[in-house]
Design a protein around this ligand. Structure first.
Ligand code: EPU
Length: 421
């Protein structure tokens, strides 16, 4: 396992190019299972979660090939074994995204239950209940979901009890292979869901209501894309760089971004006193000397993303006054708080609310990453802290951020990766 050693406080300068979106490319890769012809992606981020997905797809019969010079990835879809083994799903909960494509394409699926993780229990009951409504027979035995639809899936009206991102993605694919017109109500409106829907539409799918909470999907044939599918930029990586720029007070320019997907994040930082100059694909962050505290709660899109809560929380440590951040999506997503406290942060947890007393400086300390976004927030904190911070268990970061340490180094950060420590 690698560690990162960061000497702060950092003063960064320059521009950084945001990589392709993790939570977009993963469903796109799993969706690839339903096609019969090879096709290619560009701007695929080199992440552990992508590698894990490719290994999982390979275990099911689908080969992939990177072309490093072109930066493209080609999938050769084939399902020889409709099984997503625990070996892969335990590493990456997104393995549940195999369920929809497998049952849609082959009429059966055996997918390991993902289990809980550092941020919460994360059940998949909404996925299973919705598939049952579409006629699938589902049994959960020995840690695996066994799903069957020997006569095919049938269209249904599905009203998700709560917004679920991967649930919406799984059911969208299942609905394409069902007879009739399926309605997904209270569907997730996250940009990643929209990107999947647009991709499927470009393959011939009939989907209405894209970008809304009510998707209408007509079952029918689809074909593998003829031209390369470009993975859009990662909105959470973009937000993480905003947190880095704000917290280290560095006027960074973020390139290859989509500001339209970050409206709420930009608004909250504006309330703190941060300035932004945006074009259609760039954001110039204009940090301020003094920041104001904020109050907010995380919410499904277009609300403030839970995946940015940890990074914002660090920024709030540098505000003049007390901020309140309520976590409404995951019940246990404050594991980073104990580590931040070890760096001198004054944060109390009251139920699902973090109360952050700003205006105290952070000091370097040995700390440990607990999940992906927690790791990112610890990097933000270490960059802004006085002295040396060593972050262990950094593999979480490599799951979702492409070469973050190298990007930071290029902008002037004193950051070293220790391998196997
Ligand atoms: N939920 C249920 N039952 C279900 C499904 C969800 O109770 O069947 C609950 C969850 O426990 C949670 C809430 O509903 O409280 C929302 O969960 P959701 O299903 O939307 O989460 P997800 O699809 O498992 C995706 C992202 C997460 C991101 C969340 C919320 C991917 C691969 N993962 O997870 O990303 O936090 O949506 O936006 O798209 C990350 O990238 O670090 C990450 C955790």
């Amino acid at each position: 396992m690698d560690s990162l050693v960061i000497k702060g406080p950092a003063s960064l300068k320059g521009e950084v190019t945001i990589s392709g979106s993790k939570n977009t490319v993963l469903p796109l890769l799993f969706a690839g299972l339903v096609f019969d012809e090879p096709f290619s992606f560009s701007n695929v981020p080199r992440l552990w979660d992508v590698e894990t997905t490719l290994q999982l797809l390979k275990s099911m019969g689908t080969e992939s090939q990177w072309n490093k010079e072109e930066g493209t990835l080609t999938l050769v879809p084939k399902i020889t074994m409709p099984v997503a083994e625990y070996e892969w799903v335990k590493k990456m909960r997104a393995g549940i995204l195999a369920l929809g494509p497998l049952i849609a394409k082959t009429g059966e699926a055996k997918v390991s239950l993902p289990g809980g993780c550092a941020i919460g229990a994360r059940p998949v009951n909404f996925h299973l209940d919705a598939l049952k409504k579409m006629g699938a027979e589902i049994a959960v035995e020995n840690g695996y979901i066994h799903a069957k639809a020997p006569k095919g899936l049938k269209a249904a009206v599905i009203d998700f009890p709560e917004v679920t991102v991967t649930g919406t993605e799984n059911l969208m694919i299942a609905a394409l292979f069902a007879k009739g017109t399926t309605h997904l109500k209270n569907a997730a409106q996250e940009p990643e869901v929209t990107h999947l829907a647009e991709f499927l539409k470009s393959c011939g799918a009939k989907i209405d209501g894209i970008g809304s909470g009510h998707l209408v999907i007509e079952g029918g044939a689809i074909q593998a894309p003829r031209s390369k599918v470009a993975v859009p930029p990662d909105r959470i990586e973009t937000g993480t760089w905003i947190a880095i720029a704000v917290t280290t007070r560095s006027p960074l320019r973020l390139k290859s971004v989509n500001p339209g997907e970050l409206t709420e994040v930009l608004d909250i930082y504006r309330k703190m006193g941060v300035g932004f100059e945006t074009t259609s694909n760039e954001i110039q962050v204009i940090p301020s000397e003094v920041y104001k505290p904020v109050e907010l709660e995380t919410a499904p899109y277009p609300g403030f993303p839970t995946d940015m809560q940890a990074q914002l929380l660090v920024s709030c440590c540098f505000a003049q006054g007390t901020s309140r951040i309520r976590e409404k999506i995951f019940e246990n997503r404050f594991m980073h708080v104990a580590e931040l406290r070890r760096m001198g942060a004054q944060i109390e947890i009251e139920g699902n609310c973090a109360v952050v007393k700003g205006g105290t400086s952070l000091q370097g300390a040995p700390i440990m990453a607990t999940d992906l976004r927690a790791s990112a927030c610890l990097v933000v904190a270490a960059l802004a802290a006085q002295g040396t911070t060593t972050i262990s268990r950094i593999y979480h970061l490599d799951r979702g951020y492409q070469k973050l340490d190298q990007k930071l180094k290029r902008l002037g950060a004193d950051i070293t990766r220790l391998s196997g420590v």
